[in-house]
Design a protein. Structure first.
Length: 229
């Protein structure tokens, strides 16, 4: 055996691939506070309309909105506060538009009232807002605080605007009498009728709301428009 020792061949260890890191779970998309608030209000309208104010449960509202009940309380302290916010957000845009129409100095009173009728037909009767109004009519008597709030936020403002238009119409001789100026509720009466009729009799005997409002306009003026049948 030679003095030179045979060197043992050193086998390099196979390099191991670095272990893959587990993918981090994707974080849920952050919902902006205002978007979450609007989702709660939308769910509240559906729950209140389906069950009424008394029977409506905040648990159902939270579930429909896709939030925890505790999250709901961060936005609204109790059911009454939620309902009041629902009324304000649903009606305020309409009241603002109505105020602009009533304040337009160059718009004749009858044209302003026609614009109000068209606005109501489109934005209330044509949307879920009509369900909210029906709810006020049905349950306002049992919950005076709700009725008072609706009167303050909606009815009083609307009646005031209608009185302004009616007084202007009476001064200009557009209305046959001053009755609408003394009782501006007369102007909005067919609108309330249309909401109630839609909830009770629409499937039995549909109401031509547009025709009803045009006829009411003619009654207020005391004479039909040119070309009206």
């Amino acid at each position: 055996m030679s003095s030179a020792k045979k060197r043992k061949s050193v086998v390099a260890p196979k390099s191991r691939a670095a272990p893959r890191r587990a993918a981090k779970p994707s974080r849920p998309r952050r919902i902006e506070p205002e978007a979450r608030r609007q989702a709660i209000l939308k769910a509240a309208l559906e729950v209140f309309a389906a069950h009424g104010f008394e029977a409506a449960r905040l648990d159902d509202v939270a579930a429909r909105a896709g939030v925890a009940k505790g999250t709901l309380y961060l936005y609204f302290k109790h059911k009454e506060a939620l309902f009041e916010a629902l009324i304000r957000t649903s009606v305020s845009p309409i009241m603002e538009q109505l105020a602009k129409v009533a304040a337009a100095p160059d718009l004749p009173p009858l044209k302003a009232i026609e614009a109000f009728f068209a606005l109501f037909e489109k934005e209330v009767l044509g949307t879920e807002r009509k369900r909210l109004l029906r709810l006020i009519i049905a349950e306002g008597g049992r919950f005076p605080a709700i009725a008072e709030m609706y009167y303050r936020e909606v009815v009083a403002r609307g009646i005031g605007l209608m009185r302004t238009l009616a007084e202007r119409a009476a001064q200009q001789g557009v209305f046959a009498t001053s009755a609408a100026a003394r009782y501006p509720q007369l102007i909005v009466a067919p609108l309330i009728l249309a909401v109630i009729w839609d909830g009770l009799f629409a499937k039995i005997a549909p109401l031509d709301v547009g025709g009803l409002l045009r006829a009411h306009r003619d009654l207020l003026a005391g004479k039909p428009r040119k070309g009206a049948s």
